[in-house]
Design a protein around this ligand. Structure first.
Ligand SMILES: Nc1nc2c(ncn2[C@@H]2O[C@H](COP(=O)(O)OP(=O)(O)OP(=O)(O)O)[C@@H](O)[C@H]2O)c(=O)[nH]1
Length: 446
């Protein structure tokens, strides 16, 4: 039988990980062997390639996640299908303590579940009240409305407001970090390397009556090294072709870098976007990473440089990573939304979004652990996605390279690197999806 060597990292686990995931002793004896063992029950897809090395989360004992799926939906209030702490964290960072208080109050109410009758009555009244409030505030799009997440269920289709936002900019400008901050869950890998956003990822933020869909595009400007020219051309063309599709464009650039090492391509991009006026689309300019600029008056100089461009509605100075200015930006975006039914159910994470998140989480861990110039040569694919009857999800992804040396780097000594990537990604995915995840990562040759 052709073999798979499943390798892993005992010594290199973070302490957090090792507390949570106890290693199965059988796994230890089997997978520390340097040669593949014939008796391993290897899944069908793994047996076809003797060049595969990988990680399989089923060899770790992790506490089971109890799925919060109610047996009778009519009696159970609808819950989101992913961990709401990500949404809450983002809301608190963007909108401040008030929101946290609101959520805490809500939680306290929920915990008195034994008083079902009383709660049911309260819910009914709250629903009537919220509906009355919503009806009374049809025109208002204020994000401080206290209708909050519960109102998602009550917003009538004809009252729904939508906006699609494309975030574009040069590599490393901070598109992914900003999207993550606003959406509250990981939608795009953030890393110190550039061109990490390899495909468009949709993130959705729903507040009150307003839903904003964010599209995090691959860089319109690509690094010239590390990728074949044909690849760069395809990616740049794909980014440009999507530009006109969005209601709003956020053009973002790294103002800190601009002050220290101005990039002509970025200046050209900003000017180009500003001069091409599209009557159907609003454009705004975001100067990102202001937290890194020591002399704040330098920011004004940059603002002046782009001030006379007619195409931009507004200018924002933000730190997408630290959050400064993001509240104003989010508020502005919410004010731009117009009457159009929402595209996404705010309580359900679509399978496509989940698939993207699974890829992005693995990619982020991969970039954290593989520091050489390997990543951009490596093809990363979702091979299989299966929701199982017990509510868990089985995810198989392959990291495909054409160099043995690169495969060696990714696998690491005794499989330590791919093991660590796998363990960290698996834990994060379980936490985001609120369900058990069986993650399989294979590193293979083309
Ligand atoms: N200090 C600081 N760092 C930031 C900020 N925004 C992003 N970064 C960092 O900049 C780097 C690049 O951020 P990303 O969000 O991955 O950039 P991107 O534009 O999506 O990059 P590509 O996917 O290559 O197009 C990461 O190391 C981020 O942590 C910010 O506001 N302040």
């Amino acid at each position: 039988m052709k073999a798979l060597r499943l390798l892993h990292t005992v010594t290199t686990h973070s302490s957090r990980t090792s507390q949570k995931s106890r290693l199965n002793p059988t796994f230890l004896s089997r997978f520390y062997a340097s040669q593949p063992l014939q008796e391993n029950p290897v899944p069908e897809s793994h047996t076809t390639d003797n060049n595969s090395y990988g990680f399989d989360s089923s060899h770790y004992e992790l506490p089971n996640i109890t799925l919060g799926l109610g047996s009778d939906e009519s009696e159970t209030p609808r819950e989101s299908t992913w961990d709401e702490k990500y949404r809450r964290k983002a809301n608190t960072s963007i909108f401040g303590e008030e929101h946290e208080k609101l959520v805490k109050d809500k939680k306290n109410k929920k915990s008195r579940s034994e008083r079902m009758m009383e709660q049911e009555e309260k819910r009914r009244r709250a629903a009537i009240l919220s509906k009355a409030l919503l009806d009374a505030a049809v025109a208002a799009t204020d994000i401080d409305d206290d209708d909050d997440e519960d109102a998602n269920e009550l917003v009538k289709v004809e009252d729904q407001l939508s906006l699609s936002v494309g975030i574009i900019g040069a590599p490393n400008a901070g598109k992914s970090a900003l999207t993550n901050f606003m959406v509250g869950t990981k939608v795009a890998a953030v890393s110190r390397k550039t061109n990490t956003t390899t495909h468009e990822v949709l993130g959705v933020m729903t507040q009150g009556k307003t839903q904003i869909c964010f599209f995090d595009t691959p860089g319109l400007i690509m690094r010239s090294s590390g990728l074949p020219k044909s690849d760069i051309k395809v990616r740049v063309e794909s980014a440009w072709s999507s530009v006109d599709l969005y209601d709003m464009l956020v053009v973002i650039f790294d103002v800190h870098r601009h002050l220290t090492r101005p990039d002509k391509r970025v200046v050209k991009l900003i000017k180009q976007m500003g001069s091409q006026v599209n009557p159907k689309q609003k454009r705004i300019l975001c100067m990102n990473k202001v937290d890194l600029v020591e002399k704040k008056k330098d920011l004004l100089k940059v603002a002046e440089q782009f001030n006379d461009l007619p195409g931009y509605e507004r200018y924002f100075m933000i730190s997408g990573l630290k959050g400064s200015g993001v509240k104003d930006l989010t508020q502005y975006l919410m004010e731009q939304a117009f009457k159009r039914p929402w595209d996404e159910d705010p309580l359900i994470m679509t399978e496509d979004v989940m698939k993207n998140i699974s890829l992005e989480v693995v990619r982020e861990k991969f970039l954290d652990h593989v520091h050489q110039e390997v990543p951009y040569d490596v093809e990363h694919r979702l091979i299989d996605w299966k929701e199982l009857r017990d509510g868990s999800v089985r995810i198989e992804q392959h990291l495909i390279t054409n160099k043995v040396s690169q495969r060696k780097i990714i696998v690491g000594k005794n499989g330590s690197k791919i093991g660590r990537i796998g363990v960290e990604a698996n834990e994060e995915l379980r936490s985001i999806f609120k369900r058990n995840v069986h993650l399989i990562l294979l590193v293979r040759l083309k």
